[in-house]
Write a protein that binds this ligand. Sequence first.
Ligand code: SF4
Ligand code: SF4
Length: 336
Amino acid sequence: MRALFLLNPRDLGIILTYRCAGHCRHCLYNCGPRWPDEAMSAAALRQALEAALTWPRTPQVHLTGGEPFFYFDLLLEGARMAAEMGIDVYVETSGSWCTGEAEALERFRQLRQVGMSAVLVSCSPFHAERIPPARTLRTIRAAQQVFGTHRVIVYRPEFLDILQRLGDDVERPTPLSRYEEVLGVDGARQVLWEGYGLISGGRSGYALGHLAPGRPAADFAPARCVGELLYAEHSHFDLYGHFIPAFCGGLRVGSWRDLGAVIDDFQAERYPSLVEVLIERGPYGLYEMARDRYGYAPREVGYAGKCHLCVDVRRHLAVADDFDELRPREFYEHIE
Ligand code: SF4
Ligand code: SF4
């Protein structure tokens, strides 16, 4: 049986910025061009990496966003610092910045030189709706040339072929409606929602919820979030100091600047109040609490999944009160 590590992911994403070109409909962190032009400082990035080293199990780290290539000098410095500390580091990008092959090759060469170990390129119909697929393809080619094919991960590779066949012109984004035109509504649902394995958090429950059947809140009454909140294999630190578990955008377990104290509290089962509700009673418990104490009304059209329910309730609570765990605040302003 695999050992459980409390609040100690295997893979830690460091969100250098929430700003990016995308505003993708499936984004779990509600990133996009409307976020401030802000990035983590190099000093804070060093602290975040040092905090990661204090865990009993050092995670691999991915530098991410938003779009980390928007702040290339910081990305380069982060890769250098992580490699010097002996941390396995890779970068996650959508390739939106990649308008020319020569510049891409140069950037990847610099990253490789300072110790970046791999590149993950996001590829999906949701990205392709905002970012011309040609840029994604160019990013993959350039990264493979520098890092070799085995050190370039395309997430998800099955869409590479679909995107090239479905779009009229890879230099232009492909609207999602194209999938319905070609595959029909049911086919599009299968490819887009189930095929991608969408999580209903972030803005996806709102922007893509029509692809999944709307379910009443009570359907999610059995769900609990113990695994995601206590033992997530994948978590994030962001530029504002928030430690975000699993894929729960807009929800923090505490500040990564006080990582030791946060872990001590969790070991003693002292949790932030909303986190405690989610651990013990799940998103339906949060819904009941918000309905009874804060006048939350359920969506008549239902919810695409348990995380959609959770985000919708949190969105209400973020306005109704000042919960420290509902951060960053901008997450709730950039849902739409
Ligand atoms: S999924 Fe990636 S590219 Fe799309 S909005 Fe989110 S961070 Fe930006
Ligand atoms: S329901 Fe909420 S706390 Fe649970 S996994 Fe989804 S976003 Fe995270």
